[in-house]
Write a protein that binds this ligand. Structure first.
Ligand code: NAD
Ligand code: ZN
Ligand code: ZN
Length: 346
């Protein structure tokens, strides 16, 4: 089968690989129909993810059809159309029982990281019963691909942890796919204002189309003053960090209103200054989270009843044999205006 393989920092290749084999009775083998590329795949290619070794098939998102199941799988059978969660969950360990699937002691984010992933014709899914979701009849598969990772991430780490409420003010720093997923799902709660902050005017334009009430280009360096002016010098009730840089987290610290919440989504590789000298008396909550994908069933319902339209995030489409072009397009978003790219198998 064809697969996109990480070949060490800065290197990747479309290779011929053997079909994945079942390695536990709780596994399923899935024939992929659609997948996509995540910002995290770009982090891996930079060499930022030490758990992902050269030779690994990348990808942790997508939809497919069950090819075969192990003897212990009871919820799925060959021929079922499935959504693949980016998080594999045994369903039984202490963390899974607390619904913290991301910290599953034998699972978590392993797909396309410590085991082969979804940017291939076939993939082995461990703990199939608790890591796959049936695709509802009539559902749009392209839209569903957005539910493997980015919608649950924006919703769980940003909107739920950030306690978005009706009538509240929200700022989202970073208008990439994850920030935009937080923007789409924040609207479940009807906040009064959602201010999107980014350096890229294309992405801010997308944010306006997706429901932002105001946008701020922070490249001029006056984002704090602008947001304070917009909010009558109060700041915002929920600030969602969706970039992963020291500068953007510190921006969040400066625009949180008294009683507010800073919900971090970004993956941080460097230390960040926490200005407790300014925050200690402001009743601020700071949250962090790795996506658990516990909200996937709820998001599937919302998608089915057209309460969200994640298809808005898809800007480009490729076939698997064009996956190298797909990476180029996705990695140069400032020029290509890419948000999410769909890779179709055939
Ligand atoms: N916590 C989790 O479970 C989880 C899951 C998935 C992704 N993530 C992380 O979420 C973050 C966002 O992911 P993404 O795929 O949307 O990334 P992305 O790189 O596509 O988007 C980031 C956006 O931030 C903007 N940006 C960069 N520097 C900025 C600055 N100084 N000020 C304002 N905006 C700036 C960029 O223009 C871009 O639009 C990443 O750090 C990613 O690794 C976390
Ligand atoms: Zn991802
Ligand atoms: Zn577990």
């Amino acid at each position: 089968m064809q697969a996109l393989v990480y070949a060490g920092p800065g290197k990747k290749a479309l290779e011929k690989r053997p079909m994945p084999a079942m390695s536990a009775p709780s596994d399923a083998i899935v024939r992929m129909t659609k997948t996509t590329i995540c910002g995290t795949d770009l982090h891996i290619l930079k060499g930022d993810v030490p758990t992902c070794h050269p030779g690994r098939i990348l990808g942790h998102e997508g939809t497919g059809v069950v090819e075969s199941v192990g003897a212990a799988v009871t919820a799925f059978k060959a021929g079922d159309r499935v959504l693949i969660s980016c998080i594999s969950a045994c369903g039984k360990c202490m963390y899974c029982r607390k619904l913290m699937y991301s910290h599953c002691t034998t699972g978590g984010w392993i797909l396309g990281n410590s085991i082969d992933g979804t940017q291939a014709e076939f993939v082995r899914i461990p703990y199939a019963d608790t890591s796959l979701y049936p695709i509802p009849d009539g559902a749009d598969e392209e839209a569903l691909v957005m539910l493997s990772d980015i919608l649950p991430t924006g919703f769980e780490c940003g909107v739920l942890n950030g306690r978005v409420q009706p009538g509240n003010t929200v700022a989202i720093v970073g208008s990439g796919p994850i920030g935009l997923a937080a923007l789409l799902t924040a609207q479940f709660y009807s906040p009064a204002e959602i201010i999107m902050i980014d350096l890229d005017d294309n992405r801010l334009e997308a944010a306006r189309r997706f429901g932002a009430t105001a946008v701020v280009n922070s490249s001029a360096g006056n984002a704090v003053e602008t947001v304070m002016k917009m909010t009558g010098n109060r700041g915002v009730d929920t600030v969602i960090e969706a970039v992963g840089l020291p500068a953007t987290f510190e921006l969040c610290e400066k625009i949180a209103a008294p009683g507010g919440t800073i919900a971090n989504i970004g993956v941080h590789g460097a230390k960040v200054d926490l200005h407790l000298e300014n925050l200690w008396d402001r009743n601020i909550t700071i949250t962090t989270r790795l996506v658990d994908t516990v909200s996937t069933p709820m998001l599937l319902n919302s998608l089915r009843s057209n309460k969200i339209d994640p298809k808005l995030l898809i800007t480009h489409r490729f076939k698997l044999d064009q996956v190298m072009d797909a990476y180029e397009t996705f990695a140069h978003a400032a020029q290509t205006r890419a948000l999410k790219v769909i890779i179709e198998m055939h």
